[in-house]
Design a protein. Structure first.
Length: 348
């Protein structure tokens, strides 16, 4: 259900789509820009947007938002699908540099490749910006990186998103009236992705604050795909017989949808599953079909806004010399089976 706060977020979200500029910034700048200061580009700007998992609906939306913004600004934009291949990331970054891109926007499949990408951009004096996931300039693990060594990022606030997920999961738990003793929480995410860890930690903290009781949590390492999550959650069920009720969250809709599928395949009925997704692009499929689902809600994150904001941020840097922010965030809104359509979620 919408609160006054979520209705306000929805309004801001609509404004972000129209203006392509609405975001929250940390107000800090980063030294890990990947390139020395350069004179503003006077001719046509050429950008390359390199995305992991480019066939995933969120990243499809992100690419479409980037393309629309590039067209409005007169930018020559190329979008590249890196899949999950770190080696392809290196070769495609090299190719983009060779093709004289003025700037690179990257969503890396593996943060370990980050320092190499940063060095290639720096050597070529090409501006570098990340979207969604963090990249450290001098190490494979962004969580251990000094703030000044994090490449500027356009995305969502992991802490804010996770807090909203945990808060809604706690609301559903209290509404269901479950006993904590026969309930378990599954937290499912790819554990080497820093922003995923931020989301899950915040979800745990918010749930603990809102549930009023302590519920045992089980961390499940996945590859952030539905099938990967389904397999790992199925194994978790086998190892935990006798549990009646399940609370489920993760880094994205893929983890929660995969987990919900595993639970329902094992005979757990939807009324005994409290799944809260992150993305809404998979959750809406069950809701749209009108079938009972353990996915009770999902935090809508609009990839189009991130793609557009990333392109606008890079344009401002290259055209006007405006410094990159350390991070810039787009708004989110919680949706469920009754509100997803009015919030603008597009189900493919």
């Amino acid at each position: 259900m919408f609160t006054a706060r979520t209705r306000g977020a929805a309004a801001v979200l609509g404004a972000a789509v129209v203006l392509g500029l609405t975001a929250c910034s940390t107000g800090q700048t980063s030294s890990a820009t990947g390139a020395a200061p350069v004179a503003p580009v006077t001719g046509k700007i050429s950008l390359t947007y390199l995305q992991k998992q480019g066939d995933q609906q969120y990243f499809v939306d992100e690419a479409n938002g980037a393309k629309a913004k590039a067209a409005a600004l007169g930018i020559d934009l190329k979008v590249v699908n890196l899949g999950n291949d770190a080696n392809q990331t290196v070769s495609d970054v090299q190719s983009a540099i060779a093709q004289k891109s003025n700037g690179l926007i990257v969503v890396v499949p593996d943060p370990a490749v980050g320092p190499q990408v940063v060095q290639m951009a720096k050597d070529a004096n090409v501006q570098l910006l990340t979207s969604d996931d963090q990249v450290c300039a001098n190490g494979p693990t962004p969580a251990n990186c000094a703030p000044a060594d994090l490449v500027p990022r356009i995305g969502f606030s992991g802490q804010q998103m996770g807090a909203e997920v945990g808060k809604r999961a706690a609301e559903e738990f209290r509404k269901a009236g479950w006993n904590a003793a026969d309930t378990r929480i599954i937290s499912a995410w790819q554990q080497d992705v820093t922003v995923c860890g931020d989301r899950v930690k915040a979800a745990k903290d918010a749930f603990n604050s809102g549930a009023g009781v302590s519920v045992q949590n089980i961390d499940v390492a996945t590859d952030n795909t539905p099938t990967g999550a389904q397999d790992k959650v199925a194994a978790t069920l086998t190892a935990n017989p006798g549990v009646k009720h399940w609370v489920l969250w993760g880094c994205n809709d893929e983890n929660v949808q995969g987990g919900v599928t595993a639970l329902q395949n094992a005979g757990v009925t939807p009324d005994n599953i409290d799944g809260v997704g992150l993305g809404a692009y998979l959750a809406c499929k069950d809701w749209g079909a009108g079938t009972p689902s353990g996915m009770k809600a999902s935090l809508f994150i609009n990839g189009r806004d991130i793609g557009a904001l990333a392109v606008q941020t890079m344009y401002d840097k290259l055209k006007n010399g405006k410094p990159f922010p350390q991070e810039a965030f787009a708004p989110t809104v919680m949706v469920d089976a009754t509100t997803w359509q009015s919030a603008g979620v597009k189900c493919s």
